[in-house]
Write a protein that binds this ligand. Structure first.
Ligand code: SF4
Length: 235
């Protein structure tokens, strides 16, 4: 059977911040099923685009970085959208690299096919885990039951992972962060981060002070520290 095409939007050749304690190459996979209002990677949303040309370029790059790079992180877009992801991960593993994944967990069936291949996952939590809020935070598309299935699978896998939330004040308020923290800690999540929203170019109404409020609320931050073994802010 012919190998599924891999669609890559971009490649970050050297990163110290996309996978804990690893020097990584980051592969931004083309295509995402969601339309989060705060998306900074809108050029990656369209599922068509560059194909194996960039995959060949990546393999060439990795061949020349052996010994200098520890891992390849598949990011997005949404990597789980691509049926060629399991083979792509196998290929870079066979070259001696470890594999990480950034995902929103939108498709548990696709997640099940790659979870054994990765050593670490960065799992995006867009909103409190209820249907209405999750739909709003993903542009009317996300199915929260599927996200819960993916997260459950990740927790049960025993893999190293983190959850993280971008604090877009148009979608979330302080009470929502408390709700997310309660939901995640009840599920057994140990590591959580909140990330600052930087207004996308089309957002001309959100003020800097709206974005900062999550990071100035000492009571909430103390609560988050109490809920997780590891908690931090990314501003
Ligand atoms: S999951 Fe949301 S933020 Fe991430 S690429 Fe897709 S639309 Fe953008």
């Amino acid at each position: 059977m012919e190998k599924d095409l891999i669609r890559i939007g971009d490649i970050e050749k050297f990163s110290l911040v996309d996978m804990p304690s690893k020097i990584a190459v980051v592969v931004f996979m083309q295509g995402c099923p969601w339309r989060c209002p705060f998306c900074y990677n809108q050029s990656l949303q369209n599922p068509t685009g560059e194909t194996d040309a960039k995959w060949g370029h990546l393999l060439h790059l990795l061949e020349h970085r052996k010994g200098m790079i520890d891992a390849v992180v598949f990011s997005g877009g949404e990597p789980l959208l691509q049926t060629g992801l399991p083979d792509a991960m196998d290929e870079v593993k066979s070259m001696g690299f470890e594999v990480g994944l950034h995902t929103g967990g939108y498709n548990p069936e696709a997640f099940a096919k790659v979870i054994d291949k990765v050593i670490w996952v960065g799992f995006d939590i867009k909103a409190p885990l209820n249907a209405e809020h999750y739909k709003r935070a993903t542009g009317g598309i996300g199915d929260v039951e599927k996200i819960k299935q993916s997260l459950d699978m990740l927790i049960k896998s025993g893999k190293h992972f983190e959850c993280r939330t971008t604090c877009d004040p148009r979608l979330l308020d302080i009470a929502d962060i408390y709700t997310i923290a309660d939901e995640l800690s009840a599920l057994g999540v140990k590591e959580y981060y909140i990330q600052k929203y930087r207004p996308i170019p089309s957002d001309i109404t959100t003020q800097e002070s709206d974005c900062n409020k999550f990071f100035k609320d000492e009571k909430m931050l103390a609560y988050l520290r109490s809920k997780f073994e590891i908690f931090d802010v990314r501003k």
